[in-house]
Design a protein around this ligand. Structure first.
Ligand code: HEC
Ligand code: HEC
Length: 349
């Protein structure tokens, strides 16, 4: 009996010791570094030195991402248009609708593997990094339509945010740069790299003959030639801006709006093809509702527009048979990562 009492008191003492030790750590060392796990096949992610990932920062960013408090009438969050089950695009809408019930002019983009994109965000590369991107949708009258001083005042008056900002950044003041940093931290954790194709690459799964045929057509320069731009493996894009001849004269001039250089008119950022089966409709204006239409476009539908990419200028129309196109689609379907869209770390907290 006595032994049990001694054992229990030792245990209690140990518990208290460790509890105190933890407590001490929290106040003296600040936020805890976030352990970003990069799947095989994706390179190390460049993280800006002035915004390292921390557990508290990512958590705050995640809460903000899903909080309608960032919109003018407190009804719309980033997550309203970027839904996890669709790899963070806006369901099957061609154009997302903002708080004033007005549609935008471009199709929502998926949000994952954004940390590897160092060549500009949005279809036209109008934002240079994840931090600065955050304020665009908040201010956009067709999206969340709010004013930054208003957003900051709402966050300061909130019952939880002051403590969450303090835990993440060690300061009592809530500012726009910290809001941008927190959301960017959360966005960098959105990593997708566990598709059937990824598992095939590490020998854990095999592809069917049709999927393998699609893969070889994808890389064959006289057939699909998708690989030139949607580079195989890793992020499935080189993030370059290109004119794919969607129209003979571009309606939305895309990259040209940003650089003001006429040779950039009609160029848009090459999107990733990971999770492509989940993100219909397709292209910057969401004009194609399924992958069949996309393949027909690349096979015969593209226009000899002024700035048409050189890889398409040389592509022979009608080079793909109906079966070829079905095979490429079968391959594209192996790029879906169901673990990513069900990962509870990315859902509304
Ligand atoms: C009303 C719908 C809507 C809301 C709300 C919204 N977005 Fe978006 N998002 C879009 C659309 C549409 C695009 C493409 C815009 C373009 O290229 O002009 C986009 C693009 C992006 C991109 C660029 C991705 C890439 O690969 O270049 C990021 C990042 C992003 N949004 C994050 C956010 C964040 C963070 C919030 C909240 C602060 C947010 N979005 C709120 C619709 C929305
Ligand atoms: C010359 C470079 C290039 C080639 C070659 C190319 N693409 Fe694209 N792809 C792009 C660009 C750029 C876009 C965005 C165009 C836009 O919206 O204006 C795009 C868009 C797409 C989209 C829509 C993605 C989305 O999120 O809306 C799909 C799907 C696609 N391509 C599949 C393919 C397939 C399959 C092939 C091969 C048959 C291929 N691409 C060949 C550059 C290319």
């Amino acid at each position: 009996m006595k032994k049990v009492v001694i054992a229990l008191s030792v245990l209690l003492w140990l518990c208290l010791f460790f509890l105190n030790a933890c407590k001490k750590d929290d106040t003296t060392t600040g936020p805890t570094p976030y352990n970003l796990v990069i799947p095989p096949g994706l390179p190390p992610m460049p993280i800006p030195t002035n915004n390292p990932l921390t557990v508290e920062g990512v958590l705050l960013g995640r809460k903000l991402f899903y909080d309608p408090i960032l919109s003018g009438n407190n009804t719309q969050s980033c997550g309203s248009c970027h839904k996890q089950k669709f790899a963070f695009v806006d369901s099957s809408l061609q154009y997302s609708v903002g708080i004033d019930n007005l549609p935008g002019t471009r199709n929502a983009m998926p949000l994952f593997n954004l940390g590897w994109n160092t060549k500009g965000l949005f279809w036209d590369g109008g934002a240079t990094n994840l931090e600065s991107q955050v304020i665009a949708p908040i201010l956009n009258p067709l999206e969340m339509h709010d004013l930054l001083p208003n957003v900051i005042n709402k966050l300061r008056a909130h019952s939880e945010y002051p403590a969450l900002f303090k835990a993440a950044f060690g300061t009592d003041s809530i500012t726009v740069p910290l809001l941008m940093k927190a959301i960017a931290q959360f966005e960098r954790t959105l990593i997708s790299g566990n598709s059937k194709y990824d598992r095939y690459l590490i020998g854990k799964e095999s592809l069917t003959p049709q999927e393998l045929s699609g893969l070889s057509l994808y890389t064959d320069m006289s057939k699909g030639d998708c690989n030139h731009c949607h580079v195989l493996g890793s992020t499935f894009t080189d993030f370059e801006y290109r004119n794919t001849g969607l129209d003979s004269v571009a309606v939305d001039i895309g990259r040209g709006l940003i650089t003001l250089n006429p040779t950039d008119n009609g160029k848009f950022k090459t999107p990733t093809l990971r999770n492509i089966a989940l993100t219909a409709p397709y292209m910057h204006d969401g004009r194609f509702s399924n992958l069949n239409q996309v393949l027909n476009f690349y096979n015969t539908g593209f226009h000899y527009a002024q700035n048409l990419d050189v890889n398409l200028q040389t592509a022979v129309k009608g080079r793909l048979s109906t079966q070829d196109m079905l095979d490429i689609i079968a391959f594209l379907n192996t790029l879906t990562d169901t673990e990513f869209i069900t990962n509870s770390s990315f859902s509304k907290p």
